[in-house]
Design a protein around this ligand. Structure first.
Ligand code: AMP
Ligand code: MN
Ligand code: MN
Ligand code: MN
Length: 276
């Protein structure tokens, strides 16, 4: 039996539906031996996840998924094998969390203007135990019956250009790369095809990423088909980047994406775990 890895997933510390311990237990059930927890802009799930990893006999890589604004586009950089107690990383995360908190109020305000009731209060309660993302708003809209599923919530309210969309200036690419490096980690470009960039823009991004010390790119991601994997593998080779695999698992309620259920990496690529 080959080893199973997963270097991109979420817990209740951000927008996942399983607690860090439940997530690790599920990973163990899926026979994963090496996993990274990569919550959005927070490391608050890592301590409990490490404890659960010890109990479940698997290895947890400390990770994070950082929000970046690059030439007006929101992109995500995964930091793997970070030291969570790094002062510089913690200061950076605090900045992103501050931006998130401000955005929560702005999104709530827009939703209330669009006749959605009780958002502020719901988010205030949620915000006490988690870092709020648009997924939380989406779930609220589903649970209150305004839409039938999370996708509809993005399509009708939260997605770019929709009535409750708030354009956000996250950190710069150079900043997050520095935070990750100062924390001893490696930077990986998350789900490269999700940005729908043209080939030119992708080349520009990867050139900049590489120049800033970027190490890896997700070649195998949650729902990637064989053609997608091939495209990302070409980027990895062209820019001399290591290849990562990550499901971007958020919840067992989504049957399409399971922890560790990922295609094998193309054998010609350097796997990211050789950098841990
Ligand atoms: P945020 O970082 O707060 O903008 O929230 C981003 C999160 O929302 C992502 O990590 C996804 O989990 C989720 N998300 C973004 N776009 C969509 C979409 N179109 N459909 C469903 N979930 C989405
Ligand atoms: Mn998410
Ligand atoms: Mn992401
Ligand atoms: Mn993610």
């Amino acid at each position: 039996m080959t080893a199973k890895y997963d270097f991109h997933c979420h817990s209740t510390a951000s927008d996942g539906s399983l607690s860090p311990a439940e997530l690790i237990q599920r990973a163990a059930q899926q026979q994963i031996t090496l996993i990274a927890l990569t919550d959005h802009d927070t490391i608050s799930g890592l301590v409990l996840a490490q404890q659960a990893a010890l109990e479940n006999n698997l290895t947890l890589i400390n990770g994070i998924e950082l929000s970046v604004t690059w030439h007006k586009h929101a992109i995500h950089i995964v930091g793997l094998n970070i030291q969570p107690n790094s002062d510089i990383l913690m200061t950076g995360i605090a900045q992103l969390q501050h931006i998130r908190h401000q955005r929560v109020s702005k999104i709530a305000e827009k939703l209330e203007k669009n006749h959605i009731v009780g958002v502020y209060q719901a988010m205030a309660i949620l915000g006490e135990k988690t870092l709020i993302t648009r997924s939380h708003f989406a779930r609220f809209l589903v649970s209150e019956g305004y839409v039938q599923n999370e996708q509809q919530a993005f399509d009708h309210y939260l997605g770019q250009g929709k009535c409750a969309y708030v354009a956000t200036e996250w950190a710069t690419l150079a900043e997050v790369m520095d935070w990750i490096h100062q924390a001893g980690g490696v930077a990986v470009l998350a789900h490269p095809l999700r940005y729908h960039f043209s080939a030119t823009l992708m080349r520009r991004l990867l050139t900049e990423f590489k120049n800033l010390g970027g190490v890896g790119i997700e070649v195998v991601s949650g729902r990637y088909q064989i053609d997608d994997i091939r495209r990302c593998a070409e980027y990895a080779q062209k820019f001399n980047l290591a290849a990562s695999v990550g499901s971007d698992f958020h919840t067992p309620a989504n049957p399409w994406i399971e922890l560790g259920r990922l295609a094998a990496l193309p054998t010609e690529l350097t796997p990211i775990w050789t950098y841990f």
